[in-house]
Ligand binder design. Structure first.
Ligand code: ADP
Ligand code: ZN
Length: 754
């Protein structure tokens, strides 16, 4: 008996099917989907692999075939439908089959068999907390270890060392201080249960409602689709508060009552203990949860329950789409437009696309839900590829939409209030504080992207070719500044810039950050406590949850932050929301800028007045009369969509054409410039010879928005083509024709930002 295997995590050079012979004593236990250990290469080093098929014969040189060594997991780790997905994902997202296996078989599964291991636990939680609070520890590693243990409880030393990059000696030092204890145990000893999180109210979703007619209709349509066992995709388009969750839960309940499984994905940030409790409260114990705060052991337990079919509902972020669900009947993506469904490092997969690929193989249905669907999904619904289901009414009659107030910052600057907080917003904040209410300020400032805004008319300087805002770059060689278009590369020195709207030549550099805002608030409201949530303040594990908890417990009255705070959070005492620097969202160079801004403002507005008190939302902009802000103020998605789709069509942007991005990064700037010019020449020559049907266009090289990253300089190329597979065709040529060590490139066929 022989078998074909894929090596887990294989690089391009060894990303093939390899044949091994199955020794007699393992014959019964090796089947397609088994995780096995095989000898590989000259030194016969052990590698982890997945069996894709069994074969009776082998028509190559039998003398060269090696025996596989052992079976790592007694049951198969992949279903047949997952095996069928591997090639498709590898092809679509330009990664190896071995990369896909790595996504499907997480390391907690590979490492599972570990008879005895060293565990670490805190001697006393209070003591650990004290030590952290009085800042008596000098070593960052020690602090990290204590925080890790406080967050997760007991775990293995191996895991701590791997996840925090620290040494056994550093753990030992904490033992010597009497803060932790080390234990030798069998790792199968006790399996911690992920129970309902304490202290969080469970009631909210446990009660079943009388469904509205709209909800009933949506549920009936989806259940019909599931019964048909065809790859139906539904777009559930429902305003915030229309009761989409109720639709998901009803459908999920029906599926599990018939013995099927459901994958229920939510954006990374909304996987709060509340969400998990609501779902458990309604669907019972057959819920498995996969999230980033689990230890390897907890994660393995959840994963194993899914594989055996004990867990029938899988709740998780984008990686949930790879779960080994048994008899999969339904995949739900809540907030389908959310950026976290797209992986931002290799392999850059999109969970939304993979859900659809999985439904084509298994015949399960897909439900995409949102109040602000992505333009691509809404277009697909308009074209009839997705079935559109609408919820137009708020589920709770008494829930009121907040009042949305646009503020013109040109006037505010003339009045002397500066460009951070307008007078009406300040007033509303004072009133809120006097009533013991809370305020959220949203300031979305990605990366270091800055732009010039005309002081006369408020327009950002835009590219003459692409009508997207241009980004300000410092020229490191001679200390000058230039404006660069991140689509076509068009560049002007900043002193030559003219407003494309009124031809003005006086500009403000737009862009203040969350830290500056925080300092300003301390001066303005010295008695109020401020919490700040952005990428810098949420680096450590658990920091995000801590900020949310503090704000929920009303330890602070102001929460400021980037887009992280706009999604899914539910604070009943928030009555005022400010959206600051709204123009900056549009001034990002991405063609998705308007879409993101509309989504963000709508979601942020949904944060105000969730409780009894009605909410107010202030949108601060230099151009409040812009249609986009008007659409957001009236929560008019369709008007926004109509304008946006026209723009996309005019500029031949997705969904009309596919866009791909290639980023070349090198530590030496001169080398980078030389090699990107070579690459540009190659692309232009090569694409120039292609059939016109592919409609290739190439732009670049252009410096990336974040030009210097981790010691490397980065240049980007954008290609457009008739569809994604044509874009992938170009990527494959580049991978084949260029030496990766000399031309380190990354490829993305669905770029999210410019
Ligand atoms: P969405 O996800 O569409 O923004 P939610 O699912 O959060 O909306 O629902 C909003 C609120 O309405 C929740 O508090 C929910 O419990 C409640 N709700 C949902 N369906 C009904 C219904 N049929 N009758 C009464 N209240 C409902
Ligand atoms: Zn341009």
């Amino acid at each position: 008996m022989y078998c074909s295997v894929i090596l887990r995590g294989a690089t391009k050079q060894i990303d093939r099917l390899f044949t091994y012979s199955v020794p007699d004593e393992l014959a019964g236990s090796v089947i397609p989907g088994s995780l096995v250990s095989v000898p590989f290469g000259k030194g016969d080093s052990q590698r982890c692999a997945v069996v894709t098929e069994l074969k009776d014969s082998f028509n190559g040189d039998i003398g060269l075939v090696k025996d596989l060594c052992s079976v790592i997991s007694d049951r198969p780790v992949l279903n047949p439908d997952q095996i069928a997905l591997i090639d498709k994902i590898s092809d679509r997202f330009n990664c190896t089959k071995g990369d896909v296996v790595e996504l499907m078989v997480p390391s907690c599964v590979v490492n599972h068999k570990n008879p005895t291991e060293v565990f670490v636990e805190l001697v006393s939680r209070d003591e650990a907390q004290n030590v952290l609070e009085n800042e008596s520890l000098r070593s960052a590693a020690h602090i990290n270890i204590l925080e890790y243990l406080l967050e997760r409880g007991k775990c293995t030393r191996k895991e701590i060392m791997a996840n925090l990059s620290c040494s056994a000696a550093q753990v030992k030092a904490l033992e010597d201080k009497g803060l932790v204890r080390l234990l030798k145990e069998s790792s199968d000893n006790e399996v911690p249960q992920i129970s309902v999180v304490e202290g969080v109210p469970e009631g909210k979703f446990t009660e079943e409602y009388d469904l509205s007619d709209e909800q009933r209709h949506a549920i009936d349509q989806i259940l019909e689709g599931i019964d048909a066992k065809k790859d139906n995709t539904f777009l559930l388009f429902g305003i915030t508060g229309s009761g989409k969750t109720e639709v998901y839960l009803n459908c999920a309940k029906k599926v599990i009552s018939e013995g099927g499984s459901v994958i229920y994905m939510v954006p990374e940030i909304s996987l709060t203990p509340q969400t998990i409790n609501w779902i458990k409260g309604r669907l019972g114990d057959s819920v498995a949860v996969l999230h980033s705060r689990l230890t390897d052991k907890q994660r393995y337990e959840q994963w194993d329950n899914i594989r055996t079919g004990k867990a029938r509902v899988i709740v998780g972020p984008r990686s949930g789409v790879f779960a080994p669900a048994k008899d999969l009947r339904l995949i739900i993506l809540d907030e389908e437009h959310d950026g976290s469904y797209k992986a931002e490092s290799h392999p850059r997969y999109s969970a939304r696309d993979i859900a659809r690929m999985r439904s084509k193989i298994t015949g399960c249905s897909v439900v995409l839900g949102s109040a602000t669907p992505s333009v691509e999904s809404f277009y697909a619904a308009q074209m009839g590829a997705f079935k559109l289901l609408e919820l137009k009414e708020r589920a709770r009659q008494e829930a009121k939409l907040p009042e949305i107030i646009p503020v013109d910052m040109k006037e505010q600057i003339k009045l002397g209030s500066g460009d951070m907080l307008s007078l009406p917003l300040r007033q509303a904040m004072s009133v809120a504080f006097s009533e013991n209410k809370q305020v959220i300020l949203l300031l979305n400032r990605r990366g270091f992207s800055r732009t010039l805004i005309c002081e006369d008319c408020g327009e950002p300087v835009t590219c003459k070719n692409c009508s997207v805002a241009m980004t300000l770059h410092n020229n490191r060689r001679n200390g000058t500044q230039s404006l660069i278009c991140h689509y076509c590369g068009y560049t002007v020195p900043s002193y030559e810039a003219r407003c494309s709207f009124c031809n003005g030549s006086h500009f403000t550099k737009a862009g203040f950050g969350t830290q500056q805002l925080e300092e300003f608030l301390h001066k303005l409201f010295p008695h109020e406590k401020v919490l700040r949530m952005d990428q810098d303040s949420t680096m450590t594990p658990g920091a995000h949850k801590e900020i949310i908890d503090k704000f929920a417990n009303k330890e602070a009255s102001i929460l400021i932050g980037t887009q992280m705070i706009a999604k899914g959070l539910d604070f009943p005492d928030v009555t005022v929301v400010g959206v600051l620097g709204a123009d900056l969202m549009l001034a990002s160079s991405s063609f998705k800028a308007s879409e993101r801004a509309f989504q963000l403002i709508t979601q942020a507005a949904g944060r105000a007045g969730r409780g009894e008190a009605p909410g107010k939302v202030f949108i601060q902009s230099f151009r409040p009369e812009q249609p986009l802000f008007q659409f957001a103020c009236t929560q008019n998605y369709r008007a926004f969509y109509d304008q946006e789709i026209e723009y996309r069509q005019k500029l031949r942007l997705p969904p009309y054409k596919a866009v791909g991005e290639i980023v070349l990064s090198l530590p030496d700037e001169d080398m980078l410039i030389r090699r990107s010019n070579e690459l540009a020449k190659y692309l232009k020559d090569f694409l120039g010879f292609q059939d016109k049907r592919y409609q290739f266009e190439v732009f670049g090289p252009v410096p990336c928005v974040i030009y210097e990253l981790r010691g490397r300089y980065r240049m980007s190329f954008v290609i457009k083509a008739v569809n994604k597979s044509a874009v992938n065709g170009v990527f494959k040529r580049l991978i084949a024709d260029f030496d990766h060590t000399k031309y380190p490139m990354s490829f993305d066929n669905d770029p999210q930002d410019g």
